[in-house]
Design a protein around this ligand. Structure first.
Ligand code: SF4
Ligand code: SF4
Length: 189
């Protein structure tokens, strides 16, 4: 898929998010790093998809990652997504080179959402998950750090300039509205 975001921009986005995290302490100790360790590392059905163009930051032979390349048309992605889509699975979770974590890992537990009047907000991840995340289950007990929220908002503002990424966020947002999903807005923009 043709991404309009340059490699240097993805690098800058990674750098910005290198310095922030959801809590001041490692939230992985609350749950045994559930979002990294759920499932079987050898399960081909599991994986993290890279955003269009994010693969520019990798060379495909990272020892800590297992790769698969799929046809976007076979998955529930926007109609504008076609061609190669890359999935990665960590071989030794929760251990990974922190500065190379994919964007999905960096953004979680926040998700971008476009409101009915077209504004970008950040919400707590609302999709069903195969594990329990304390930050989602008990957000009052674990308020997210403001620098993490702000940096994540800035990043999604940039990412939405890419038409393919915009289409994905728009599709997910429309699905939430259609299913009457309760939105827990963390950053109203
Ligand atoms: S984001 Fe949630 S599931 Fe992942 S390590 Fe932190 S608390 Fe656990
Ligand atoms: S890249 Fe790191 S943060 Fe992301 S799932 Fe793998 S071990 Fe967890």
């Amino acid at each position: 898929m043709k991404s309009s975001i340059k490699k240097s921009t993805f690098k800058a986005i990674y750098r910005l998010l290198d310095h922030v995290s959801p809590l001041s302490d490692d939230c992985g100790v609350l749950c045994g790093a559930a979002c990294c360790t759920y499932g079987d590392v050898d399960d081909d059905e599991l994986g993290i998809y890279l955003l269009p163009g994010e693969d520019k930051l990798f060379n495909g032979d990272e020892e800590w990652l297992r790769w698969s390349c799929e046809d976007a048309l076979n998955y529930d992605f926007p109609d504008s997504w076609y061609g190669d889509l890359y999935f990665v699975r960590c071989k030794t979770p929760p251990h990974c080179p922190r500065e190379m974590r994919p964007l999905q890992c960096r953004s979680f537990p926040l998700a971008p959402h476009i409101t009915e009047n077209g504004r970008l907000v950040l919400i707590l991840h609302s999709a069903e998950l195969p594990y329990a995340c304390p930050l989602l289950e008990n957000p009052d007990a674990y308020p997210l750090q403001q620098d993490f929220v702000k940096a994540t908002y800035t990043v999604w503002k940039h990412l939405l300039r890419d038409p393919l990424i915009f289409d994905l966020v728009e599709m997910d947002s429309a699905d939430r509205l259609q299913t009457g999903c309760e939105l827990k807005i963390i950053c109203p923009g």
